[in-house]
Design a protein around this ligand. Structure first.
Ligand code: UD1
Ligand code: MG
Length: 460
């Protein structure tokens, strides 16, 4: 294989996004657009990847890290000017250079590899990746001569009415003979409606110099979608979502209603897991096999073992082991760890809580800053009182203890194994093993007293 290089253009501000966030950092299915591009480019095995940064340079670099080197484009004078910034890394080197925009996140590595191969096969000085668009508005048009050979690319703003009718568009992705690319760049000028150095003009320059130029057309226009505004961003998210969902289904995951299932790029899901409609799964989430995620659930940055059931609940930065069930309407907040076969019922909230195997927290309970052992029963309406308005404190509950309903455990407090906490107690002191903690006012019955109350008088 020839030596491959890649240049990612990511210095633009993205004015048309009307955003404080730099364009290439806008996420598509959970990952910044430029991250998608870097991953696809890396799949084609280039020996060097140069990312052109400008607006938001530090943030783009923080995202991509050491997987790329960077060239700073101080003023954004156009895509051709952006490529010039890579000269210090690539000028004079033999090989093929892929130039790709940071705003075309749907391109696949398969298409990029085909582009490289086509370019090699044609022995061209440049090969443009093109697509056939139903609506080419906004894209550069591919102008071919009377026998169909590529002549040049004309930008929308510089196109005549006739040129604007052309439906074959420039995807903004190209392969170049590296040496010819950098020598041709010096011939660019800003003689166009936007006063910019257009990379697209390189095609005409190479042709004038007598070099051959080729075009490789993708079958799927959607793959080449360039994101310049929020409308295209929404379309890109939709296409990417469809692609991700499709892949999960092929892998053996049942999606009951794929059109309302939102799964980020990079999420892993085991086979025979069933995901109902209106479910969102985000970030670095891994879900095991044979799980059930019912409608309305939202799972973020969490790890779920096999046979876990999440019923209409919110799960964030949580680890859940095999066979545990959650919800409906539970909220598992960061640093929750649930062991095997745990039951979390409705209206339960957890945070920084480790709950051991077989423990049941069934109803209307808050568990925060706590460690619970195994096979514990937590009654209805228990509050782990962890906060005094200034600091947070820990509660520990040992194995097989029974916490009655409507109990407050005021942290810091330790409830040993095999204890009982009487319903309605407000516990402030530790409870030793095999003891029962009871902390509630003694009941007194006042004979005949009810009759004196106005309420009862009405019925007499
Ligand atoms: C560009 C192409 C157009 C093509 C379209 C495909 C040119 C002149 N036009 O138009 O033919 O159909 O992409 O999506 O190339 N950038 C820089 N520095 C700059 C200017 C841009 O790094 O000075 C980066 C941007 O961050 C972006 C990419 O280059 O990632 C493309 O720039 P953009 O302004 O989006 O170009 P388009 O108008 O989409
Ligand atoms: Mg663009």
């Amino acid at each position: 294989m020839e030596t491959r290089y890649a240049i990612i253009l990511a210095a633009g501000k993205g004015t048309r996004m009307k955003s404080k966030l730099y364009k290439v950092l806008h996420p598509v299915c959970g990952q910044p657009m430029v991250e998608h591009i870097l991953q696809r480019v890396t799949d084609t095995n280039p020996s060097e990847i140069i990312t052109i940064v400008g607006h938001g340079a530090d943030k783009v670099q923080a995202q991509l890290g050491e997987r790329s080197v960077y060239a700073l484009q101080e003023a954004q004078l156009g895509t051709g000017h952006a490529v010039m910034q890579a000269a210090k890394f690539l000028e004079g080197k033999k090989g093929t250079t892929l130039v790709i925009s940071g705003d075309t996140p749907l391109l696949t590595s398969q298409t990029l590899n085909h582009l490289f191969e086509y370019h090699q096969g044609k022995n061209a000085s440049a090969t443009i990746l093109t697509a056939q668009a139903d609506d080419p508005t906004g894209y550069g048009r591919i102008i071919r001569d009377h026998v169909g050979i590529v002549d040049r690319i004309v930008e929308q703003k510089d196109a005549t009415i006739e040129e604007a009718r052309v439906k074959e568009i420039n995807t903004g992705t190209y392969c170049f003979d590296n040496e010819l690319l950098f020598s041709a760049l010096s011939n660019l000028n800003t003689d166009n409606s936007q006063g910019e150095y257009y990379l697209t003009d390189i095609i005409e320059i190479l042709k004038t110099q007598g070099h051959s130029v080729a075009a490789y057309q993708t079958e799927d226009f959607n793959e080449s979608l360039g994101v310049n505004d929020r409308v295209a961003l929404a379309n890109a998210n939709q296409f990417m979502r469809e692609r991700i969902n499709h892949q999960h289904m092929l892998n053996g995951v049942t999606l009951v209603d794929p059109s309302t299932t939102y799964i980020d790029a990079g999420v892993v899901i085991g086979s025979d897991t069933v995901i109902e409609g209106n479910v969102t799964i985000k970030g670095q989430t891994v879900i095991g096999e044979d799980c059930v995620i019912t409608n309305g659930s939202r799972i973020v940055d969490s790890q779920l073992g096999d046979c876990v059931e999440i019923r209409s609940s919110v799960v964030e930065e949580t680890t859940i082991e095999k066979g545990t069930d959650v919800g409906p309407y539970a909220h598992l907040r960061p640093q929750t760890v649930l062991g095997e076969g745990v039951h979390i019922g409705n209206f339960v909230e957890t945070k920084k809580a480790t709950i051991g195997r077989g423990t049941k927290v069934g109803h209307l309970t808050y568990v925060g800053d706590a460690t619970l052992g195994e096979d514990i029963n937590v009654g209805c309406g228990v509050v782990f009182v962890n906060y005094d308005g200034k600091s947070k404190y820990q509660t520990t509950v040992g194995n097989q203890s029974f916490i009655g309903s409507n109990v407050n455990l005021i942290a810091p407090v330790t409830i040993d194994a095999n204890t009982v906490v009487a319903a309605g107690s407000t516990i402030t002191k530790d409870i030793p093993e095999f003891a029962m903690g009871i902390a509630r006012a003694k009941q007194e019955n006042k004979e005949e007293f009810a009759k004196k109350l106005p309420y009862f008088k009405e019925f007499q």
